[in-house]
Write a protein that binds this ligand. Structure first.
Ligand SMILES: [Zn+2]
Length: 91
């Protein structure tokens, strides 16, 4: 992730400084979801990342590995998650 919750950002549109309270999701097309946050003053949307089914499945597995404290598996999953995110978000 490029942004964190509670991070302070300055809106490019209205120059207001605000804190990212939550990230929102919306469907872009079949299988692709957009994660974004919006400026609470002027409503401008900022896209954080795109996710597909593969990525969302990995995120579920990451959560499970975290809950179980399976560090070895967690690291492997995080690596795969990053690869898929990079591929989809063309970083
Ligand atoms: Zn704004």
């Amino acid at each position: 992730m490029i942004v964190d919750l509670h991070m302070m950002v300055i809106c490019e549109e209205c120059r207001t400084k605000f804190e990212i309270k939550d990230l929102q999701k919306r469907w872009v097309n079949n299988g692709i979801q957009e994660i974004y946050y919006s400026c609470k003053y002027c409503g401008k949307n900022y896209i954080v990342a795109l996710t597909n089914k593969k990525i969302r499945d990995l995120q579920k597995k990451i959560k499970t590995a975290k809950d179980k404290g399976d560090i070895k598996k967690l690291n492997k999953l995080l690596e795969r998650h990053k690869e898929e995110m990079d591929k989809l978000n063309k970083k």
